[in-house]
Design a protein around this ligand. Structure first.
Ligand SMILES: *Cc1c(COP(=O)(O)O)cnc(C)c1O
Length: 227
């Protein structure tokens, strides 16, 4: 399959999942995850209608950034505080806010630049030790603490599905994140702007859409396996 055909297939699967489920969002953003992919392949994806790219390393994102002036860039991998300065003003959304220290650094750099930076709080629902993200029971306090950072706008939640034998086993994790998302959205804290639920990758994005994701992060199903 060409990249354009793969994208069409993913879009078709997203549409099917939307039709299948009462929880599905009416519009779902397909984020093309471009880590390790060449600029040439990324251009094909852009030509096929992808508007948003996700990278998980700051350095790799920066090396490709100038090549794609019309793309919205998302930082989806763990972000170290000492790398924040490079991406301020260059990313539409950081998906991986997972500590107060990181929030402080984003606030400091965004304030200095006179801009507001959008971020999602990453949750570690499956409590896998290898994954970053805050735990469920810390979420309510964490979100309240965000009132101290006026240049950081929290737009929702993100999670990475656990490693499982079959994608269907991930469903309860995604359902849990949706419940947390709805709970916090309803609290309606004035400094929050909940609008994005980022979950689902190549392995599990149809289930994520059925469970309410409105951003899916898809790499290998578009570009082929990474080396
Ligand atoms: C790599 C990555 C993806 C995409 O993974 P695929 O399985 O290739 O679709 C999504 N989200 C995050 C955080 C990633 O690091």
């Amino acid at each position: 399959m060409t990249i354009a055909e793969s994208i069409a297939k993913v879009r078709e699967n997203i549409a099917k999942a939307q039709a299948n489920s009462q929880y599905a969002a009416s519009s779902v953003l397909l984020l093309g995850v471009t880590k390790t992919q060449t600029v040439e392949k990324m251009r094909l994806a852009e030509q096929a209608g992808i508007t948003d790219f996700g990278e998980n390393r700051v350095q790799e994102m920066m090396s490709k950034y100038e090549e794609f002036p019309n793309i919205n860039w998302h930082l989806i991998g763990h972000l170290q505080t000492n790398k924040v300065k490079y991406i301020i003003g260059r990313t539409v959304l950081i998906h991986s806010l997972d500590s107060i220290a990181l929030a402080e650094e984003i606030e400091k750099r965004s304030g200095a630049a006179g801009i507001i930076t959008n971020a999602l709080v990453q949750l570690n629902i499956a409590e896998e030790e290898t994954k970053s993200g805050i735990h469920e029971e810390e979420l309510a306090d964490f979100l309240e603490a965000m009132a101290d950072y006026p240049h950081l706008r929290i737009q929702g939640l993100m999670t990475i599905g656990p490693h499982v034998e079959a994608p269907e086993e991930i469903r309860p994790v995604f359902a849990e994140l949706r419940k947390l998302y709805e709970r916090e959205k309803q609290r309606d804290l004035p400094h929050l702007d909940f609008r994005f639920l980022s979950m689902g990758m190549s392995y599990d994005y149809p289930i994520a859409v059925e469970e309410g994701a409105n951003i899916v992060r898809v790499g290998s199903s578009i570009f082929g396996a990474r080396n």
